[in-house]
Write a protein that binds this ligand. Structure first.
Ligand code: HEC
Length: 395
């Protein structure tokens, strides 16, 4: 019985349930008036929370946690029985005590990590292009001096700090819960001796601005990763923006879900965006004279071009000819670069972790004329859904 291990799917479900339970607990405590509100959302009043990492990396811990949960459930059941059915009172109480005593509580402390009052906060920005661009402004004003213009931690003040700032372009942002990043930016960080390593910005950035700067950091990290490794390592939403559609059915990009969205920034010389029944095409005219007449929808904010430049890791002026593809859940999955003859499965740059890397084209080899590269890409994208993890919890 003790070497029974949860499958990855079961573990994923368990983590989803645990995240949901903790989020529910903070709502319930606030509704009862036992805890307050911080930054517009119910506060997490405890000094610790469950850690996903321990459960993921040590299979035995997830099992023990389940036993304890089961014991707690049975004990509560016994207690309820004892209250309502007087004749069963003593056996029920005795059994409740017994299961609680037998549960493997000894490991409970390893499941816990320090929490902040905003640990379970969710970003309210909707990851809009506007939010990303405004976040960029806050970053340039407050953060560049330490974290550097490119987020790699080599700003002008960095050498004089007690601790070198981390590279924000790797996994780091996704290893944390977004609410904890929010807290760290507003209230700063300390090392284990209590010495301040990063100042807090609560007096310079309000709540909305803090969420905006986090949107910018994720867009920038994704673009830098794509430029360096050819992949979006972490699932990222298509930045949201207002659109105008022929049949007037949507006013925001996210309202096009659950359809797949092909976003085509087009410059002056770019051909018209092809209409395709498998997706909604959205043109983003980069110049006043760019043609977009055949697309299903037109997006028209300057902010969107800047945000797309960030997630692609290119200057907004170089966007013409790129295309981006978002799946039915709104995740950015594929991009094709200017000059590409068409789509192919190799353009799928945000993939599920379990997927084998796409085989690189042999140097010099002419890619075989794809019968329908887009169909192959869509099939692969649909067969391989991605999941966002933050702090190890599925979101
Ligand atoms: C005075 C230099 C300095 C400034 C200014 C600064 N940071 Fe930091 N930042 C650091 C250092 C140093 C660390 C690493 C601290 C640690 O791990 O204890 C850090 C860590 C971080 C982290 C990682 C947090 C985590 O959970 O590990 C984020 C995100 C971050 N900074 C964002 C920002 C943002 C956004 C701004 C501007 C609003 C900013 N920083 C301004 C020095 C700075």
């Amino acid at each position: 019985m003790n070497d029974w291990v949860l499958t990855p799917e079961q573990l994923n479900t368990l983590l989803g349930v645990l995240l949901g339970l903790q989020a529910w607990l903070r709502e319930a405590l606030q509704a009862l008036g036992w805890s307050g509100t911080v930054a517009g959302q119910p506060e997490w009043p405890l000094a610790w929370r469950l850690s996903a990492e321990v459960l993921v990396f040590e299979p035995g811990q997830a099992r023990r946690l389940l036993w304890c949960a089961l014991a707690l459930g049975l004990a509560l059941l016994g207690l309820a029985l004892a209250l309502w059915w007087r004749r069963a009172r003593w056996p029920a109480l005795w059994l409740s005590g017994l299961v609680l005593w037998a549960a493997p509580w000894g490991s409970a402390s390893v499941w816990l990590v320090p929490a902040t009052p905003t640990s379970f906060h969710r970003s309210p920005t909707g990851f809009t292009a506007q939010s990303i661009v405004q976040g960029q402004g806050h970053y340039q004003q407050h953060c560049v001096r330490c974290h550097g213009a490119d987020g790699r931690g080599e700003g002008p003040d960095a050498p004089s700090l007690p601790m070198w700032p981390p590279n924000l372009n790797g996994r780091l942002l996704w290893q944390r819960l977004e609410g904890e990043l929010f807290w760290h930016v507003q209230h700063g960080l300390q090392d284990h001796r209590g010495q301040r390593t990063m100042p807090g910005f609560a007096s310079q950035l309000n709540d909305e601005q803090t969420w905006q700067v986090l949107d910018f950091l994720q867009a920038q990290a994704s673009g830098r990763t794509l430029a360096q490794t050819g992949r979006w390592e972490q699932p990222l939403r298509l930045p949201d923006a207002p659109v105008r559609c022929a049949r007037g059915q949507a006013r925001w990009l996210h309202e096009l879900q659950p359809q797949r969205v092909l976003l085509a920034p087009s410059g002056r010389d770019a051909g018209a965006t092809p209409v395709d029944p498998r997706l909604v095409t959205v043109a983003l005219p980069l110049t006043a004279s760019a043609s977009s007449s055949t697309a299903d929808c037109v997006a028209d904010t300057a902010g969107l071009a800047e945000a797309l430049g960030l997630v692609l890791g290119v200057a907004p002026s170089q966007l013409g000819g790129y295309q981006l593809l978002a799946d039915r859940q709104g995740w950015l999955r594929a991009r094709s670069a200017p000059g590409a003859a068409g789509w192919s499965a190799a353009d799928l740059v945000c993939r599920a972790d379990t997927a084998a890397p796409a085989a690189p084209a042999a140097p010099g080899a002419q890619a075989p004329p794809a019968v329908d590269g887009l169909a192959a890409l869509i099939a692969q994208m649909d067969a391989e859904p991605v999941q966002l993890l933050r702090g190890g919890f599925p979101h």
